[in-house]
Design a protein around this ligand. Structure first.
Ligand code: NAD
Ligand code: 0WE
Length: 264
């Protein structure tokens, strides 16, 4: 299939095969894209290089998104391999673990707030800033990953909810800012998926079953399904869509009373 044939796409956020970024890479590779990857640090190098090869790519660079020099270096290196860039996928989020366990007002700190917003929201703006020249004249697509905690409270999601709200506002401001150059900017708001980032989260299994029970589709979503939505947003089929938050969550977000099953 050739929805993304000839498109050069940078994917930021693969940690292992369970990553949402990996579901995106698999779908984009299947649809004919040329892929490049970054990994957070040496701990992830081998794993990401091996996965990249499975998706037909030999292009992997280190990039800690809290460091401007490392972000700039990625695009400098990419420019040697590629004459241009069509899409950036940002699938990165982080808050210190103590921020995500306990009552919001008690556990939130100035430092944790700063880190969460820097890694989870500012880094998307930073990638757009550093990458936009390589996307020149190519009607680029920028895609990030969000979560419902940006709009509604979710137990323990805490400061990550604030950071995702900022990320979603960044989608709208970047879409406006880059629209004249033809670039589109969108987010996918995914339902909960058991990934490395989710593995440290208390009661995550309970959250998965809560979501599946109340979602209109009666199940959770897979990284493959998120990947296919990202392929659509990166493709020319989505040429009229920008500044949008696309929910890929089996419909969970549209319900206020999903089920009466557990009530008496
Ligand atoms: P994951 O752990 O597989 O991916 C998170 C990635 O962020 C990792 O690759 C990690 O290396 C990277 N990262 C963290 N700090 C970084 C830094 N300083 N520099 C560079 N990279 C850094 O988990 P995931 O669930 O695939 O998360 C991807 C995105 O999806 C995140 O934005 C997350 O908030 C979002 N999301 C996840 C879910 C879910 O339930 N898993 C739901 C909705 C949205
Ligand atoms: O965005 C996310 C993951 C966010 C995340 C998770 C961790 C765990 C390990 C950010 N930083 C860290 N830092 C760590 O040290 N999701 C949408 C998945 C997720 O995380 C939650 C959730 C859901 C859903 C945390 C609390 C409550 C629900």
């Amino acid at each position: 299939m050739s929805l993304l044939k000839g498109k050069n796409i940078l994917i930021v956020g693969v940690a292992n095969k369970h990553s949402i970024a990996s579901g995106i890479a698999a779908s984009m590779a299947k649809h004919g894209a040329n892929l490049a990857f970054t990994y957070q640090n040496d701990r992830f190098k081998q794993k990401v290089e091996k996965l990249a090869e499975e998706w037909g790519s030999k292009t992997c660079f280190p990039c800690d998104v809290s460091k401007d020099e490392e972000i700039d270096q990625v695009f400098k290196e990419l420019k040697k391999d590629w004459d241009g860039l069509d899409c950036i996928v940002h699938a990165v989020g982080f808050a210190p673990s103590n921020e995500l366990d306990g009552n919001f007002v008690d556990v939130t700190t100035r430092e944790g707030f700063k880190i969460a917003h820097d890694i989870s929201a500012y880094s998307f703006v930073a990638l757009a800033k550093a990458g936009k020249d390589l996307m020149n004249e190519r009607n680029g697509s920028l895609i990030t990953l969000s979560y419902l905690g940006s709009q509604k409270t979710i137990p323990n999601y805490n400061v990550m909810g604030l950071a995702k709200a900022s990320l979603e506002a960044s989608v709208r401001f970047l879409a406006t800012s880059l629209g004249k150059e033809g670039h589109r900017v969108n987010a996918i708001s995914a339902g909960p998926i058991k990934t490395l980032a989710a593995s440290g989260v208390k009661n995550f299994r309970k959250m998965l079953s809560y979501n599946a029970n109340r979602a209109p589709l009666g199940r959770n979503v897979s990284t493959e399904e998120v990947g296919n939505a990202a392929t659509f947003l990166a493709s020319d089929l989505a040429s009229g869509i920008t500044g949008e938050i696309l929910y890929v969550d089996a419909g969970f977000n549209i319900t206020a009373m999903g089920s009466l099953e557990d009530s008496n």
